[in-house]
Design a binder for this molecule. Structure first.
Ligand SMILES: *Cc1c(COP(=O)(O)O)cnc(C)c1O
Length: 406
């Protein structure tokens, strides 16, 4: 076995019991949560080993989420760009319009298994809130979703959706009144309620076991994609590209390919309007290691270690941290990370609409923009898969406001 195989093998086996991915990850939480996280780690380990749990999860993904989602050859987009063939993994076709439902279903099932009756969640754009409210309704759980008042104003349709699904949206009126503040509020609630309540974290972030657990629930994306590539193309793709907010859709599609060292993996962060701190949301591109929301990873912070404000046109990427496993993949060079500007994402969104009749989410448009950028310099027998993490219906107003077409 050569060195790179050695390394790939150890990557697939991470994290160990302490929840570390190399020097990243871990569990940096107040002592009141230690027992809760230990209980969760144990419950998840036994659930994973329980075939009936995993079969039921797969059944819900099939009947309810409408999986497998298609792997689609974007022929007109490919012709338009010229160069490598571009395929789309269509998470936009999943129930509720994005990949987030995969994780919400898995964690709601785990909540029921632990005998808890209430879930809480944090949300920025409202997509994870909607996925959590959906799963709560399906499994008969009470659901409170913490959301900054600024985000509630910007994302009114998703607030309405959550309410219609039976969830309570709890307004958070502190700090910048956005996602980071909502996460702090959810964490505070959990410290006092964890006996009856499970906190569904929406990405591969937070203390152990969340980054591992969310990655595993989202890995259905990459497992399907790998089989679909072998089935329909007859080989693995050359390159997989996904956008990175916290990093769950990227981890979900990357992880099942982690041992396939011939497959290049690229995460695309939100480059925003400039490279200045505060103008983007790209911690792996511009940040440094630090601790945020319970684990060690790359973070955007000032010279005093204060988490810095972030900006992106896409609310789902607008987060100053990133999952610890991505920091490790970056560190060891298994995946690379780049960023895409607000304006390039808007152009990519328009291109996919016009060439394929698919309206992608602003988040996914970042991945798409990078694919378009590199495809034209690649030979036509090369294959790129873009994880199209969600659909863009939620972004229409923002799109027309930003492109001043109203
Ligand atoms: C939330 C969201 C993202 C970003 O979250 P990750 O955890 O990085 O996947 C990306 N795309 C869509 C459509 C989302 O809703």
């Amino acid at each position: 076995m050569n060195d790179s195989q050695d390394q790939a093998e150890s990557l697939a086996n991470l994290p160990g019991d302490s929840g570390h991915f190399g020097s990243f990850g871990g569990s940096f939480v107040p002592e009141t949560l230690h027992a809760t996280l230990a209980q969760l780690t144990e419950a998840y380990a036994t659930a994973r080993a329980d075939t009936s749990f995993m079969q039921e999860f797969q059944q819900h993904l099939t009947d309810y989420v409408a999986r497998p989602t298609p792997l689609y050859f974007a022929k007109r987009l490919t012709d338009h760009v010229g160069g490598a063939k571009i395929y789309l993994k269509r998470e936009d076709t999943a129930h509720t319009g994005a990949h987030k439902i995969n994780n919400a279903i898995g964690q709601a099932m785990l909540t029921r298994r632990m005998g808890k009756k209430r879930i809480i969640a944090e949300t920025g754009a409202g997509q994870h809130g909607v996925a959590s409210a959906t799963a709560a309704a399906k499994f008969g759980l009470t659901c409170d979703v913490f959301m900054g008042t600024e985000d509630m104003r910007r994302q009114q349709p998703n607030v309405r959706r959550m309410q219609l699904l039976g969830a309570t949206v709890v307004p958070v009126n502190s700090g910048s009144c956005t996602l980071k503040d909502a996460t702090n509020a959810a964490m505070r609630d959990w410290m006092g309620s964890s006996e009856s309540t499970h906190y569904i974290i929406g990405s591969v972030v937070g203390p152990h076991p969340f980054p591992m657990m969310v990655r595993d629930f989202q890995s259905v994306i990459g497992i399907e994609c790998r089989a679909q590539c072998l089935d329909t193309i007859g080989r693995l793709p050359d390159h997989i590209i996904a956008c990175v907010g916290g990093g769950s859709n990227a981890a979900g599609i990357f992880y099942p390919f982690i041992d396939d060292t011939s497959v290049k993996l690229t995460g695309v962060e939100a480059g925003g309007r400039s490279e200045k701190l505060g103008d983007h949301a790209a911690p792996l591109t511009f940040g440094s290691p630090g601790v945020l929301h319970g684990s060690k990873s790359f973070v955007l912070q000032d010279s005093d270690g204060q988490t810095s404000p972030v900006h992106s046109i896409s609310a789902g990427l607008d987060y100053p941290g990133v999952g610890p496993e991505h920091s490790h993949w970056f560190d060891v060079g298994r995946a690379d990370y780049t960023s895409c500007s607000d304006s390039d994402a808007l152009v990519a969104l328009d291109s996919l609409c016009k060439t394929e009749g698919i309206i992608p989410a602003l988040e996914s448009s970042h991945a798409l923009a990078h694919a378009i950028k590199i495809a034209k310099d690649m030979p036509s027998d090369q294959i790129i898969v873009v994880n199209l993490s969600g659909r863009g219906d939620k972004d229409l107003e923002e799109y027309f406001r930003l492109t001043k077409q109203d």
